[in-house]
Design a binder for this molecule. Structure first.
Ligand code: COA
Length: 181
């Protein structure tokens, strides 16, 4: 069943931490734990996607957190951190897209693309020349999605957690003059 109600976008508020933490955990596990849960993944989920994490992210003025809502429910979130660069980028006036998470029933209908556009506008308004991110090489949907949204593949980086190293692609897009969603 697909909810056909309109999707709206807005900045997250402090009282969204509860739903953000649960939505983030759900999408993280759907994406990275398709074969079940093991301790390293469970710890990673608790360390980076808990309600407490989102309360802390919301309290940090360096973050821009946006949400998509449908019928009073959060269905997607984006987290952008200002002033985070990387050697692979052509400019260091960059902001990093830490998360772009759409709940599975709402994927494939433009929510991710529109939320990303809002995140790009917000990053540009806060002075970023470029928005960048890393995507796991096993995440085929993300590897297809970002180039379609105008992102250039800038090379490989490794993401290490719990003693495991995973190859990621670095994607970046110049975000000055991005048209409104
Ligand atoms: C990757 C992700 C953010 C993309 O978000 P999304 O909302 O599914 O993306 P969109 O709907 O904007 O675009 C996805 C596809 O739907 C198509 N689409 C967009 N609007 C559409 C519409 N109105 N009707 C039909 N199809 C549509 C797009 O052409 C695109 O096709 P593609 O998969 O062949 O590239 C989302 O799938 C997600 O959250 N995945 C899990 C978490 C994750 O991997 N996050 C990224 C980590 S780097």
């Amino acid at each position: 069943m697909t909810n056909a109600s309109p999707i709206t976008f807005r900045p997250a508020r402090a009282d969204d931490a509860l739903c953000l933490g649960l939505l983030s955990t759900q999408v993280f596990l759907d994406t990275y734990a398709p074969y079940g849960i093991r301790p390293a993944l469970a710890r990673e989920a608790l360390a980076n996607h808990s309600v407490a994490c989102y309360a802390a992210l919301l309290a940090d003025p360096g973050n821009t957190i946006l949400v998509a809502e449908c019928d009073g429910h959060l269905v997607a979130l984006s987290v952008v951190h200002d002033g985070v660069g990387d050697a692979a980028l052509p400019t260091q006036a960059a902001a990093k897209l830490e998360h772009l998470y759409v709940q599975d029933p709402f994927t494939g209908r433009g929510v991710g693309r529109d939320l990303l556009r809002h995140a790009e506008k917000a990053a540009a308004a806060r002075g970023a020349e470029m928005l960048w991110l890393t995507a796991w090489v096993g995440n085929a949907r993300a590897l297809r999605f970002y180039p379609r949204c105008g992102y250039e593949d800038l090379g490989e980086t490794m993401y290490t957690f719990e003693g495991e190293s995973h190859a990621n692609r670095v994607f970046g897009k110049r975000v000055r003059h991005v048209a409104p969603a």
